[in-house]
Design a protein around this ligand. Structure first.
Ligand SMILES: O=c1[nH]cnc2c1ncn2[C@H]1C[C@H](O)[C@@H](CO)O1
Ligand SMILES: [Zn+2]
Length: 367
């Protein structure tokens, strides 16, 4: 079998569930926007700035990784800037062959210049529509769903949950909480999650990244999360091989890991980001290999394209290199993501059947 090349991976349709708007700006855009408002950057040459972000985020600690967002959030404080960043995000993803993406950001972080929460949401949605149209004009089809994030150390989750529900028919498809995990359990935001459940809305929770099983357990069993943002530490509940045979070579699953697998709870795995924050030692040693062998509902994601100097195609290519994956595995990850998306079932099915399966059938050679 010839391994999928990077160029072929770019052309293959991909689905992305976990990508932060404020973690994916083009370095050149940051330089321009910062100059407009007089924000001081550590580097003013776009290439050097891109390298600065990857190096600064490569700290081995989630808290230090998150500090780099100070510069991106600073230049995203006007409607025009938010719209531009969102449009470029949609276009960049489409040109990378992403056909479905859920992009998230925290509206509460964009109020420093007097925008209201509703103005922030509307600027970003307008930008996604603009970038989607630009991509279509270039022959690239992308569907973007937006997730609104509340910061877990703050106290605005109920307000942001209400905002997400208010914009559910305008392009917001779900809710999330993010930020430093240790010390800020998801149960602090239980009222917001209970509200979302009563509204029949969807949400994911960043859990099991910097902190382990208790955080995953709370996210699922107390908060009712539909998906886990990262969730990579679920491996802490998977024992060593006890016997040969079976999926995953006789590994024993603890109660929580078994529940996550049995209920097909999607894991939004972000390989490069996890290596940078110290959640995984390397791509080759990333638990995604084991989780795929055990047939968890694993998905591949970028998290923060700027901070990791990555793209959806690059994450896939890294897995091809590290685990010897071929088109069948890349299709499996892509369909897993599409099955786990927060848009309606019929729309998910249409993307799987009309776009993903025919393209991979050709690549696998069964078309
Ligand atoms: O990987 C992450 N873990 C927790 N929080 C994160 C991660 N990546 C980004 N964030 C935070 C920083 C952003 O400002 C915020 C909203 O996108 O979400
Ligand atoms: Zn994230």
């Amino acid at each position: 079998m010839v391994a999928p090349s990077y160029a072929e991976i770019v052309n293959a349709p991909k689905a992305l569930l976990h990508d932060h708007l404020d973690g994916g700006l083009r370095p050149a855009t940051i330089v321009e926007l910062a100059a407009e408002i007089g924000h001081e950057l550590p580097e003013t040459d776009p290439d050097a700035l891109g390298r600065w972000f990857s190096a600064a985020a490569d700290s081995g600690s989630l808290e230090r990784y998150l500090e780099t967002f100070g510069h991106t959030v600073a230049v995203m404080q006007t409607a025009a800037a938010l719209r531009r960043v969102a449009a470029e995000c949609a276009l960049d993803l489409a040109l990378d062959g992403v056909v479905y993406a859920e992009v998230r950001y925290a509206p509460e972080q964009h109020l420093e210049n007097g925008l209201t929460l509703a103005e922030v949401v509307e600027a970003v949605l307008a930008g996604f529509a603009e970038g989607t149209a630009q991509a279509a004009a270039l022959g690239r089809t992308i569907r973007i769903g937006c997730l609104l994030t509340a910061m877990r150390h703050a106290a605005r989750s109920m307000e942001i949950a209400e905002l997400a529900v208010a914009y559910r028919d305008a392009g917001v498809v779900g809710f999330d909480i993010a930020g430093a995990e240790a010390g800020y359990p998801p149960t602090r935001h239980l009222d917001a999650f209970e509200y979302l459940q009563r509204e029949n809305f969807h949400f994911t929770i960043h859990a099991g990244e910097a902190f382990g099983l208790p955080s995953i357990w709370q996210a699922i069993q107390w908060c009712g999360a539909d998906r886990l943002g990262h969730g990579v530490r679920i491996v802490d509940d998977i024992g060593p091989a006890e016997s040969a045979g079976g999926l995953g070579g006789g590994r024993r699953l603890g109660r929580l890991a078994a529940y996550v697998r049995d209920k097909r709870i999607p894991l939004e795995l972000c390989p490069s980001s996890n290596v940078q924050t110290g959640a995984a030692p390397s791509i080759a040693e990333h638990p995604i290999g084991l989780l795929r062998d055990l047939r968890f509902r694993a998905t591949v994601n970028t998290d923060n394209r700027l901070m990791s100097g990555t793209s959806m195609s690059r994450e896939m290519a890294l897995l091809v290199e590290a685990f010897g994956y071929g088109w069948a595995e890349l299709q499996w990850f892509t369909i897993n993501a599409m099955k786990s998306a927060f848009i309606p079932f019929d729309e998910r099915l249409a993307i799987i059947n009309d776009t993903i399966k025919p393209a991979y059938a050709k690549l696998i050679g069964t078309a």
